[in-house]
Design a protein around this ligand. Structure first.
Ligand code: PEP
Length: 243
């Protein structure tokens, strides 16, 4: 499977940053052995996806319903029409800020799949959970409850320890390897051989320095990258490490 390197721009990015996306696209085109993605704010999806050579544009959320009285929300069909080919779901920031639970994430994954958008389902433990030895249990429970109702054709899982997001801290390599193995095992139990087609990404302070060690680990099929995806200068070394 190709390594998947997907940027998460979170609530960053104005029209003036489209030139940076253009630069990232040009660099991504040099690495045709990598699937490079960028999940941008909804306001940028349309302009960002136009005329891109290599980078695949994604959204950062979608609503679970098809349409209706949900002021301020965007349906999967809407982000798809704007140009998104994938959508981040259940990011820990949304689980925390918007109180999203795994059942809702699963419903959103169904909505994404119904609209032919690849869900990127995020799971990860807090520092307290890691320190009390519960990381594996928490991630397993979150994962199983966040998966879509039916076997999807395309799906991406991102393991993102909450305490590693935006902090500059990352787990021990062995800890990352263990959790990715658990995720792969659960996916295999549920989906059989199809599990081989679902990339499992690591996310949390990935950068040009730690990427190659992380990406060498078994079942680490790529990275979900926040801060280091905001500029081509910081993102390029991660693509290089993955290639
Ligand atoms: C993220 O928010 O998905 C993320 C991994 O952020 P960062 O790389 O900045 O830790």
């Amino acid at each position: 499977m190709k390594k998947h390197i997907i940027g998460n721009w979170k609530m960053n990015g104005m029209q003036s940053h489209l030139t940076e996306i253009q630069k990232i696209d040009e660099i991504a085109a040099l690495f045709d052995n990598i699937m490079t993605g960028l999940c941008v704010p909804a306001t940028l999806i349309y302009s960002a996806h136009k005329d891109k050579k290599a980078v695949i544009i994604g959204a950062q959320d979608c609503h679970q319903s098809k349409e209706g009285a949900h002021t301020g929300c965007l349906s999967a069909a809407m982000v798809k029409e704007a140009g998104a080919k994938m959508v981040i779901l259940g990011h820990s920031e949304r689980r925390q800020d918007q109180g999203e639970n795994s059942r809702l994430v699963s419903q959103k994954a169904d909505a994404a799949i119904d609209n032919n958008i690849t869900p990127i389902i995020c799971v990860g433990e807090s520092l307290a959970q890691r320190e009390s030895g519960q990381a594996e249990k928490i991630v397993s429970e979150q994962l199983l409850a966040s998966l879509p109702s039916n076997k999807p054709q395309k799906m991406i899982i991102a393991y993102e320890p909450i305490w590693a997001i935006g902090t500059g801290k990352i787990p021990q390599m062995e800890e990352v390897r263990e959790i990715h193995e658990v995720i792969f095992r659960l996916l295999t139990q549920k989906y059989g051989d199809a599990a081989n087609d679902y990339p499992i990404l690591y996310g949390g302070s990935m950068n040009g320095e730690n990427a190659s060690e992380l990406l060498k680990l078994a079942h680490v099929d790529g990275g979900l990258v926040g801060g280091a995806s905001l500029t081509a200068d910081k993102f390029a070394p991660i693509l290089k490490a993955a290639s």
